[in-house]
Design a protein around this ligand. Structure first.
Ligand code: ZN
Length: 268
């Protein structure tokens, strides 16, 4: 488990299992011989993909960023709720859940099944999502709404926001449309140090090293690349740590400019 003290905050990387993903789709339009070095793809070009929610502890405030695949992932090797239990953090202690975007691997753990019915997994948390993301999801994937969001709305736990919103002195929501229409990341600052959680703006450090390489299934590849460049520039200027959700080996990096792209250095 990775942990990092940043000013008065504690950042903890959690694990909710692993999967495999087609590298040609993660680094579209690059070809395998261009991206494969260091990523150990299997014979059909799939590489390891992790589901890694972030826990931010800020005094009594416990913020969880994304909730993993949850019950929907059959091949777990990592269970977010077990990790929390090992740290003696109860589901009731989580006061805030930030959803970067409405894809199953990020919101699967929003709810758990009790007596055959989905109920909020974190009963005391406010769940925060961009309004635009919810609207787009309800048009395209009503089942995800019904299973992972409607139970939150029913309990009065769903908070829809628009644009940049400061949640506290340390945490600010940062819209990063591209991968999806209403994706958001967050800027985290404390004690003069900075970090940025990027959701699926980058699935691997190589998406930042080569900003044109992005997820082939993005809502807008153009916005995706533009926001990757914008976030990378902010990170360079603020010497910020970048936190990724899916990168299994180098989820926390810092960037330096290099030509038209960047060079990433892992943060231990
Ligand atoms: Zn994802």
């Amino acid at each position: 488990m990775k942990m990092h003290q940043m000013g008065s905050l504690r950042l903890i990387q959690l694990h909710d299992g692993y999967g495999a993903i087609d590298g040609n789709r993660v680094f579209y339009p690059a070809k395998q011989h261009e991206w494969e070095e260091g990523l150990a793809p299997d014979p059909i070009g799939f590489m390891l993909n992790a589901y890694q929610p972030l826990l931010i502890i800020e005094g009594e405030q416990y913020t969880l960023v994304d909730t993993g695949f949850g019950e929907a992932n059959p091949n777990r090797k990592g269970d977010l709720r077990e990790e929390l239990a090992q740290m003696r953090i109860s589901a009731e202690q989580i006061t805030r859940v930030i959803t970067t975007h409405a894809h199953g691997d990020h919101v699967g753990g929003n709810t758990i099944t009790r007596d055959g019915v989905p109920v909020p997994a974190y009963p005391n948390a406010e769940y925060i999502v961009q309004e635009r993301e919810i609207a787009a999801m309800r048009e395209s994937n009503d089942e995800l709404w019904r299973l992972r969001f409607a139970p939150l709305e029913q309990e009065g736990q769903l908070r829809l926001v628009e644009g940049e919103v400061a949640l506290s002195e340390a945490i600010t929501l940062w819209p990063m449309a591209g991968h999806t229409e209403g994706q958001q990341g967050l800027r985290i600052s404390s004690g003069g140090q900075h970090a940025v959680f990027v959701g699926d703006l980058a699935l691997s450090y190589k998406n930042f090293e080569n900003p044109p390489w992005g997820s082939s299934w993005a809502w807008s590849r153009e916005h995706d690349e533009a926001n990757r460049r914008k976030v990378a520039e902010w990170a360079v200027e603020h010497e910020a740590m970048i936190i990724m959700y899916h990168d299994p080996r180098t989820p926390w990096i810092r960037l330096q400019r290099a030509g038209d792209g960047y060079i990433a250095t892992p943060v231990a």
